[in-house]
Ligand binder design. Sequence first.
Ligand code: EPU
Length: 426
Amino acid sequence: MDRIRIHGQRRLAGEIPVSGAKNAALKLMAASLLTEEPLTLSNMPRLADVRAMGELLRSFGVGVTVSLGGGLGEGDQMRLAACNIQSAFASYDMVRKMRASFQVLAPLLARHGEAKVSLPGGCAIGARPVDLHLKALKALGAQVELADGYVLANAKGGLTGATIEFPFVSVGATETALMAATLAKGETVIENAAREPEIEDLARCLMAMGARIAGLGTSRLVVEGVKQLYGADYAVMHDRIEAGTYAIAAAIAGGEVELIGAKRQSNGALIDLLEKAGARVSDSNRGIAVHMNGARPRAVDCSTAPYPGFPTDLQAQFMALMCVADGSSVIKETIFENRFMHVPELARLGADIKVTGDVAVVRGVEKLRGAPVMATDLRASVSLVLAGLEAEGETIVNRVYHLDRGFDRLEQKLSQAGADIARIGE
Ligand code: EPU
């Protein structure tokens, strides 16, 4: 199995292109099931999760063709043609490996009238139930049963618009409700909808396919169901989590990096904290630029929250930065119950972190020291890469497959900006 080897203490300089967003791309791919006409997605990131979703869609009979983009900054193009849905079954094996597979449930149900999709089960970062997804589908008139670890959903007579009020914010459940409502009869109102930019991206793609949606970017989405959706061409939004990760890379390694395609607005909470920590973030005409002059970052507290708050998907990376900050910081994780799996691995690199419940207190040390490490999920893994950029000596990050799930050619992008990082075989 491949590993990533990093020799730390190199300043970063230059540009890093930001790829299309994993967490938008996967849902847009699922949305292709809503129409018999082809959906062509551009700016697609080259990721293991995207390939896995492609395989799942193929198993339903969807024609999936990919044309690879040129350089690092050019996304791939994917054409998805769900003319006939031949199967509406997503196995445990598939959904267990990639939770986003569960997002096929709503579009299969809305267009095909029935679906059998495995319950995802827990994962490395928490229990992650899907009760809100199922409540939303039931509110729209679906019959939903659970049997042998599977969700069996039926709406042969079609779905009917309704008001869905979520008790708390869920990205996935909002997307389920949104996709299902596009083909329901009449109006659906989604109250307390998640406002993550990836949801707006999904809504815009659905609108390009003929859906009628109002309230984009707000916590109240109103969908007027239509009889059918059509093919469209759509460019996936940039990956704000990838952009944020490289912004933190510049802050931890020091230097000056331009993140091509990044947008200040979608990373507001992070930029605010980076500036408090001593980085300078400026707008460039191609994205944003992050400068850190070599001084130690200042310690800043951080608490995760739904958008526009600080994203849980950047918590591990921000913690890596705080490990070398001047002073102590308090990092609170409010979205997932078990998202501190990177802590013992950061400690192997010399970090001083104490976790009590959902709070980590990080006492900054002057330097980290390289070591072999591994992590149990994508964002935790990349936090170890960031720590390795700062650490003295050699850091080896094992289980690279986590990184390949969600970071498009990470080692190439970082080495292009001056990092000493390479992928090595077993
Ligand atoms: N939740 C429930 N019931 C539900 C749905 C969610 O209790 O039916 C809980 C979850 O257990 C969690 C909270 O609600 O405690 C929020 O979960 P949410 O549904 O918002 O998350 P998600 O849709 O499962 C997406 C991203 C995650 C990201 C979260 C939060 C995708 C494929 N995944 O997950 O991304 O952390 O939103 O922003 O879009 C990642 O990319 O590494 C990743 C984990």
